[in-house]
Ligand binder design. Sequence first.
Ligand SMILES: CC(C)(COP(=O)(O)OP(=O)(O)OC[C@H]1O[C@@H](n2cnc3c(N)ncnc32)[C@H](O)[C@@H]1OP(=O)(O)O)[C@@H](O)C(=O)NCCC(=O)NCCS
Length: 180
Amino acid sequence: MTHHLPERLQTDRLVLRAPRAADTRTLFDAYTQDADVARYMVWRPHSRLAETEAFVQQCLRSWESGLGHPYILAKPDRELEAIGMLEARILQHTVDIGYVLARAHWGQGLMPEAVAHLTRTALENTRFYRVQATCDVDNQASARTLEKAGFIREARLERYLVHPNLSSEPRPCFMYARCR
Ligand SMILES: CC(C)(COP(=O)(O)OP(=O)(O)OC[C@H]1O[C@@H](n2cnc3c(N)ncnc32)[C@H](O)[C@@H]1OP(=O)(O)O)[C@@H](O)C(=O)NCCC(=O)NCCS
């Protein structure tokens, strides 16, 4: 399968690499069971390792199909130790991203660094004109991440996504994008 984005990217402080089955345990320990991390996500915190295992298998299939590029984030000197993820989904000329970082690593500007690098890489590919992301209107850390990575807030989308840790009903989200 042809990939539209590289299998590996590197920033000053992070490696973005394809996932491996062996990441399951590290992801579970780092954040998939953490309710604070999952609060604004579309999934509930995992209570069993098997849930994270199923998620990692889904990520491996995404890479195989070429439709999704879920990257593991790790420090360059500890590549095996997953500390977060940044997923890029291919929607024709648009790359739609989602991201999450283990709580122990919040507040150091790591995710804006990863998002900005992935976005620059995507927009260097002549196929892509737009990188976009949505976040819950209450998720100020995520909105700020996108702004720091050069994204523009384009709209507030009413009743757009269910964030099950907040409500069973679809909630409003901000749509952010960076284009060329
Ligand atoms: C969102 C997330 C990826 C940010 O990553 P990070 O590497 O910690 O980002 P930063 O270090 O740049 O910090 C986030 C920014 O938001 C700000 N921020 C954090 N919490 C905030 C809050 N409750 N209210 C207002 N601003 C907040 C920080 O001050 C910082 O901005 P600043 O540098 O201008 O001060 C991380 O918090 C996370 O993984 N959260 C849980 C998962 C999630 O919500 N993912 C996004 C789903 S759309």
